[in-house]
Design a protein around this ligand. Structure first.
Ligand code: CO8
Length: 258
């Protein structure tokens, strides 16, 4: 396996696409892959031509977790000193909206990576799970926190304590999935959703992501004030003028985007 190829990147219009590419390991997230995903996402985030980032896996596996073989013989001291998984915090700081097209297994770190997306598209055949308890550990890339915030205690405890896999339909009912489509349509739909987002004004898409994400971090009153201030700030952009002029003139807007 060539560490250069653990992911594939391409641009599709204004969408930056990251495809996990370790088919023989069901896209298990080893350090090289984690690093490559984070670097690619940051590069797209810095690129003014990109308005959304799309993360895809393969038909069989979005990602079957952190790489168990890479971790298995590590000591506590090694895990602690290297702060294993800390790189993912950088993905959380990416301002460009992140869409995931999740097909096949999304287990452990794969489920956690999917939950880092702002919009998650899945199909009935997608399988979400936090099976770490079956390995004598617990989720380590945000599973206990992001899953609980998105589906509540009852479902999160069930998944984290039993390791039970949840299919796409149940996951959608639980609130884990933004849109459930046919399995064969997941990647294409995710591409279209990313293209839609990338077609809007970049400042408003980034600010929309920022304020929704803030709802998980802040008390309501503070979040409402933050939203209002960010809303006000968009009146400093050309795109606000253009969007509202276009509506009034009954024509499509021409975004300056960035
Ligand atoms: N890591 C490494 N290799 C993997 C992983 C993984 N997570 N998942 C699959 N593979 C490998 C298999 O070992 C196999 O390799 P080989 O051909 O060399 O034997 C290859 O991928 C194909 O897999 P299978 O033959 O097992 O395929 P099946 O279709 O039979 O089964 C499953 C698919 C059900 C997805 C099965 O592979 C499986 O159960 N995988 C592991 C799922 C799992 O437990 N994931 C959680 C990992 S732990 C984690 O993500 C977070 C840990 C947090 C630790 C906190 C530290 C701070």
């Amino acid at each position: 396996e060539n560490p250069e190829n653990v992911i594939l990147t391409e641009t599709d219009g204004r969408v930056g696409v990251i495809t996990l590419n370790r088919p023989a390991a069901l896209n298990a997230l080893n350090r090289a892959t984690m690093h490559a995903v984070v670097e690619a996402a940051e590069a797209f985030d810095a690129d003014p031509q990109i308005g959304a980032i799309l993360v895809l896996g393969s038909e069989k596996a979005f990602a079957a977790g952190a790489d168990i073989k890479e971790m298995k013989d590590k000591s506590f001291a090694e895990m602690y000193a290297s702060d294993w998984f800390r790189d993912w915090e950088r993905l959380g700081r990416v301002r460009t909206p992140l869409v995931a097209g999740v097909t096949g297994y999304a287990l452990g770190g794969g489920c956690e990576l999917a939950m880092m997306a702002d919009v998650l598209i899945a199909g009935p055949g997608t399988r979400f799970g936090q099976p770490e308890i079956q390995l004598g550990v617990i989720p380590g890339m945000g599973g206990s926190q992001r899953l609980t915030r998105s589906v509540g205690k009852a479902k999160a405890m069930d998944m984290v304590l039993t390791g039970r896999q949840v299919g796409g339909e149940e996951a959608e009912r639980m609130g884990l999935v933004s849109r459930l489509v046919d399995d064969e349509a997941v990647q294409q739909t995710a591409r279209e959703v990313a293209a839609t987002i990338a077609g809007f004004s970049t400042p408003s898409a980034q600010k929309a992501k920022e304020v929704v994400a803030a709802a998980f971090e802040t008390p309501l009153q503070q979040g409402l004030v933050h939203e209002r201030r960010v809303f006000h700030s968009l009146f400093a952009t050309q795109d606000q003028q253009e969007g509202m002029d276009a509506f009034t003139e009954k024509r499509p807007p021409r975004w300056s985007q960035r």
